[in-house]
Design a protein around this ligand. Structure first.
Ligand SMILES: [Zn+2]
Length: 378
C-alpha cells in the first residue's frame, strides 16, 4: 500500500518485539528522525531500549509518547494471519501491535515528518519519548527516562500518549487521567495445629474472614467528578499444608489491589487498612507496592485544542474519561506536563487478530499533525 503511515506500521509489526524487547524497531524510527535533524538520544536501561528525540530548540515542548514493545501473540495458529506478517484485508491492517501501538507510532512519526516539511522553522520543540517496556514491568522505560529528564531540568509542557484510547469511533474518547494502582501482600499469622484439637491452634483463615469481608465491602471514598470511587479486588489467597485434611495452617497470604482516585494516596490507604486489621486484632505482616499514582489533567489548553480538532475532523466532541488500566501517562504527569491519551480504537488490543482500520490511522495522523501546528506555531 502506497501510504507512508501503513508502510511504517507494517515495517514495525514485522518485528516480533515482545516486551521488553525492541529488536530494532527504534532504529527504524531513529533513521527517519535523522533525516529531519532531530536531536537523538538513546537511553537504554538494562533490558529496555528508550529513545528521547526532539526537533527545535526553544519554546514550549510538545512530546509524543509511545512504545515499540507488544504483548505476546499467544497461539499463532489461532490467528487468521500470522501476527508478525502484517496483512491488509477489507480496509484493516492485521498484526500484533497494529492497534497497541505500532499503528499510532507510525501515525505520529509521519505526522511529525509532514509537519517539519511544512514548517521547518517552527517555534516550539517537537519531542518523542519511545520505550520498549510499556507492556511488561515498566520499570526501565518511561519512568527512568522521565526521572533522568527531571534531573536535567528538562521541561515538557504537553504530552500526547498514543495509547489506543478510542472506543467506538476514532477520537470519541480522550483519556485525561488514570487511577493509581497499589498492591498489598498481607500475611496473617496464626498457630498451626491438629484439626481435631482446634482449641490448641489459631486458624488464620477463620480469623481473617471478618477483615476480608470489611475490606471488600468498605466504601473507600465517593470518587469525584473525574474519577469513580476507589475499588479493591482480592486476587490471590493462599494457605494450607498440601492436601492433609488434619492440619490447621499457621499462615495465610492474601494479595489485593486498589485502583484509587485522586481522593486517596498510598499513605491514606495503608493507614485505613491498618485500622481494620487492628480492629480484628490480627497478627500480620503487610508489604505494599505502588505501580502508579493517579494522574489527572484538568480542563486545559491541550484538552481544548485536541477536542476542537477532533470535532472539526470527526464531527463529534470527544468524551473525557479516566477509566482503564494504568499507563505511562502516570510518569509524564510528574514532570508537570498536561497529559492526554489519544489513539486509535482499543477493541482488539492484546487479542487474537489484533487489527486497525487503515483510514483511522490516516485520520489520526492528520489529527496529530493539527495538534502540532496548533501548539508549535504560536
Ligand atoms: Zn500500549
Amino acid at each position: 500500500m502506497n501510504c507512508p503511515i501503513i508502510q511504517l506500521a507494517q515495517q514495525l509489526i514485522k518485528i516480533p518485539s515482545i516486551s521488553p524487547n525492541d529488536y530494532g524497531c527504534q532504529k527504524i524510527i531513529i533513521d527517519r528522525f535523522k533525516k529531519y535533524n532531530f536531536l537523538i538520544e538513546i537511553m537504554s536501561f538494562n533490558d529496555t531500549t528508550n529513545l528521547w528525540a526532539y526537533h527545535g530548540k526553544q519554546g514550549k515542548t510538545l512530546a509524543f509518547i509511545g512504545h515499540t514493545d507488544v504483548v505476546t501473540a499467544g497461539v499463532i495458529k489461532d490467528w487468521s494471519y500470522n501476527p508478525f506478517i502484517p496483512t491488509i484485508n477489507n480496509g484493516f491492517l492485521y498484526g500484533r501491535g497494529s492497534a497497541d501501538m505500532k499503528g499510532s507510532l507510525a501515525s505520529m512519526i509521519v505526522a511529525a515528518e509532514r509537519f517539519i516539511n511544512t514548517f521547518p522553522n517552527h517555534i516550539g520543540r517537537l519531542a518523542f519519548l519511545i520505550t520498549s517496556d510499556e507492556e511488561s514491568k515498566a520499570i526501565n522505560g518511561t519512568k527512568k527516562v522521565i526521572n533522568e529528564l527531571i534531573a536535567r531540568n528538562e521541561q515538557i509542557d504537553y504530552c500526547i500518549v498514543g495509547e489506543p484510547s478510542s472506543n467506538i469511533k476514532l477520537g470519541d474518547i480522550i483519556k485525561h487521567g488514570r487511577r493509581g494502582s497499589l498492591t498489598a501482600k498481607l500475611t496473617i499469622k496464626g498457630t498451626q495445629g491438629h484439626i481435631a484439637y482446634s482449641h490448641l491452634a489459631n486458624n488464620p483463615i477463620h480469623s481473617s474472614l471478618p477483615f476480608l469481608n470489611e475490606l471488600i465491602n468498605k466504601k473507600w471514598d465517593n470518587g469525584n467528578i473525574f474519577f469513580p470511587p476507589t475499588s479493591v479486588q482480592i486476587f490471590n489467597i493462599n494457605a494450607g499444608i498440601g492436601n492433609s485434611n488434619n492440619v490447621i495452617p499457621g499462615e495465610l497470604v492474601i494479595l489485593f489491589n486498589f485502583r484509587f482516585n485522586t481522593e486517596l494516596n498510598e499513605e491514606k490507604i495503608s493507614k485505613k487498612v491498618k485500622t481494620i486489621l487492628k480492629k480484628y486484632k490480627l497478627d500480620y505482616k503487610i508489604e505494599w507496592s505502588l505501580s502508579g499514582h493517579p494522574f489527572l489533567t484538568k480542563k486545559n489548553e491541550l484538552i481544548d485544542i485536541t477536542s476542537k480538532i477532533i470535532k472539526l475532523h470527526c464531527g463529534y466532541h470527544p468524551k473525557l474519561l479516566t477509566d482503564g488500566g494504568i499507563s505511562d501517562g502516570r510518569f509524564l504527569s510528574q514532570i508537570g506536563a498536561q497529559v492526554i491519551e489519544l489513539g486509535p480504537l482499543n477493541k482488539t488490543i492484546h487479542k487474537i487478530n489484533e487489527c486497525i482500520n487503515i483510514i483511522d490511522l490516516q485520520q489520526l495522523s492528520i489529527i496529530y499533525q493539527q495538534i502540532m501546528q496548533k501548539i508549535l506555531l504560536i
